[in-house]
Design a protein around this ligand. Sequence first.
Ligand code: FES
Length: 349
Amino acid sequence: MTDKKKMSVAEILAAARAEGRAAGTGDTSSAEDKPDAAPAAEAAAPAASKPAAPKAGAGGRPSVQDILAMARSGAEKPAAEAPKPAAAKPAAKPAAKKPAAAKAAPAGQGAKKNVQRDTASILAAARAGAKPGPVSKAEAPAAVRPAAKPAGKPAAKPVRPVPPRPTRPQATVAAKKPATEERRSFLSYALGSFMAVGFTALSVTGGLFSLGLARFLFPNVLAEPPSRFKVGSKEGFPSGKVETKFVAQYGVWVVNGEFEGVQQIYALKTVCTHLGCTPNWLEAEQKFKCPCHGSGFYKDGINFEGPAPRPLERYAIRVADDGQLEVDKSKSFQEELGQWNNPESFVTA
Ligand code: FES
């Protein structure tokens, strides 16, 4: 009685169907073909082959038809119609209880396993972000299921995405320089500037020194007046006149005077025959007077006082093609040598 209470209606019905097919057709292969009825058929097959099974059907144990009818009508106690003998109890127990218990037990455990949650699957599902909260093994992804990993190897750590490192802006780096670097840059800049100034000054000084040395070695030739120059026509030099306007530029007096009874125009050299000073023409005294040592010369250039040893010298003079008087300083004539008689030393007035 206690065994029947443990069996559910579905179990009893499955066992009855398997037993009925085995008894009616005598073929057990049909029961094996159906997966749902396989445990019941296997459990019912020994019961049908045993001699205790017909004994129970004929005796106190209800037959398959009775059980089927009782199941269909919903009655749970067939003992009212057919009281079960005490002897049939042990025979029916293994036939009815074992397959039903074997079938019910796996179903109940499978349901428990389906809803059972393990910590690894829950963590894997939470890291993958597939489903928040606990999940079952069947719901966990196959890739992160810890059961798929080989035993003995440590579980691989999930790769965490690393965010990209922010780049430092160039302007900020250039603007923010340490104080030591700035001081060092300033010192190097100042030192470089001083050195540049020093080298520049040295170069300029060297250039000037080279230029002065070259000028000393190769001096400029003094520009002298041309040896020939024109002083004008004869009419510009009246008789007895001493022209002094060419002294400063050419060092010459142009005189219209008398020498040895001949009126001549001649050019006297303005150099004292004593030591080379320049005498002055004194119009009032009608003489040339040397300021250095007092030598005096007449209008015709003959020395008459002072330390001058000899008369003044003459330059060559001639009438040029244009009618003007031309003085040539490249030629000089001395009176003591009798050169004043040379026609080149005078022009007849
Ligand atoms: Fe003319 Fe001595 S230089 S008098």
